[in-house]
Design a binder for this molecule. Structure first.
Ligand SMILES: [Zn+2]
Ligand SMILES: [Zn+2]
Length: 245
C-alpha cells in the first residue's frame, strides 16, 4: 500500500462521517466545521482560560502577577495541605465556569468526556496514580441531583489515563451544608468528620477528582481521610480553580 494511504483513507472516512453526521459543540450546540479537531468550537474553547503559568503548584491558586513563575502560595507555605499537588483544567471563570455549571446543575452530563479530556491534557507530567477516587456526594444530594459529577469526570480521566477508578473509595457520612457562600474557616468546619473510607487502602497513590476548588477545604478533608485510611499519597485533579473567596 502507498505510504500514508491508511491515514488518507481514515481522514476521508472521517470527512464523510462529518458530512453525514455533523458534530455539534457540546456547550453552545453550534455545528462544528468539517475536520474540526477540537472537542468544543473555537469560540467556546477560547473562552476557557487556562491556569496561568504563575500559580501555586500545591493548590493551583492563580497569582495576580503574571511575572512570577510557579511558587507556593502563602497559605501552602504556612500550612501545607495534605495533598502533594493540584492539577486544573483551567480557571473557574467565563466559559469553563458556564460549562461546569451546565454539567452540574442543568443535566449537562454529556459534558463529562470533553471536560475530562481538558483535565487529562494537564496530567501529562503526573506520576500515574494507582487508583482514582472521586469526591463523593451525600446520598441525599445524590438523590436530588441524580448523578455525582465528580464520579463522571473520574471515570473519564481513568479511561484516558488507563488507571482504575474506585467510586466508593470515599463516602460522605454527614450531609453538610453546601460550601457556597461560606468563608474559608466555615468551609473547613462544615466538613468536620464528613468523609470516611469504607475499606482501607494499602499504600496506594491516589488521584482525587473534584469539579471545582475554591478554598481547598473539601480536597483537604478528603485527602486527610484517604491518608488516615492507608493511602500513601494524594494528588488532586479538578476542572476549575477559583480564586480564594
Ligand atoms: Zn461552542
Ligand atoms: Zn497553595
Amino acid at each position: 500500500m502507498r505510504k500514508g494511504g491508511g491515514a488518507t483513507f481514515i481522514n476521508r472516512f472521517q470527512g464523510l462521517l462529518d458530512l453525514l453526521f455533523p458534530r455539534a459543540c457540546p456547550l453552545c450546540h453550534l455545528t462544528l466545521p468539517q475536520r474540526h479537531t477540537g472537542l468544543f468550537c473555537l469560540t467556546c474553547r477560547q473562552g476557557m482560560l487556562p491556569l496561568p503559568a504563575s500559580h501555586c503548584p500545591r493548590c493551583a491558586l492563580p497569582f495576580a502577577s503574571a511575572t512570577t513563575g510557579p511558587h507556593l502560595c502563602a497559605t501552602c507555605q504556612t500550612s501545607a495541605p495534605p495533598f502533594l499537588s493540584t492539577h486544573a483544567a483551567g480557571l473557574y471563570d467565563e466559559n469553563l465556569k458556564d460549562a461546569i455549571h451546565h454539567f452540574k446543575y442543568s443535566g449537562g452530563h454529556h459534558l463529562d468526556r470533553p471536560l475530562a479530556t481538558l483535565l487529562f491534557e494537564t496530567l501529562d507530567s503526573i506520576i500515574p496514580p494507582d487508583i482514582i477516587v472521586p469526591v463523593p456526594l451525600h446520598i441525599n444530594r445524590l438523590r436530588h441531583r441524580t448523578y455525582n459529577q465528580s464520579l463522571l469526570i473520574a471515570r473519564e480521566v481513568g479511561r484516558l489515563l488507563g488507571r482504575p477508578v474506585q467510586p466508593e473509595g470515599l463516602a460522605r457520612v454527614r450531609d453538610t451544608r453546601p460550601q457556597q457562600g461560606l468563608g474559608a474557616s466555615q468551609r473547613a468546619r462544615n466538613l468536620t468528620a464528613a468523609f470516611t473510607c469504607p475499606a482501607p487502602f494499602n499504600g496506594e497513590q491516589v488521584l482525587l477528582v473534584d469539579d471545582v476548588m475554591t478554598t481547598g477545604a473539601t480536597a483537604i478533608a478528603c485527602s486527610r481521610t484517604l491518608l488516615q485510611h492507608g493511602a500513601s499519597a494524594v494528588r488532586v485533579a479538578i476542572l476549575g480553580r477559583a480564586p480564594r473567596p
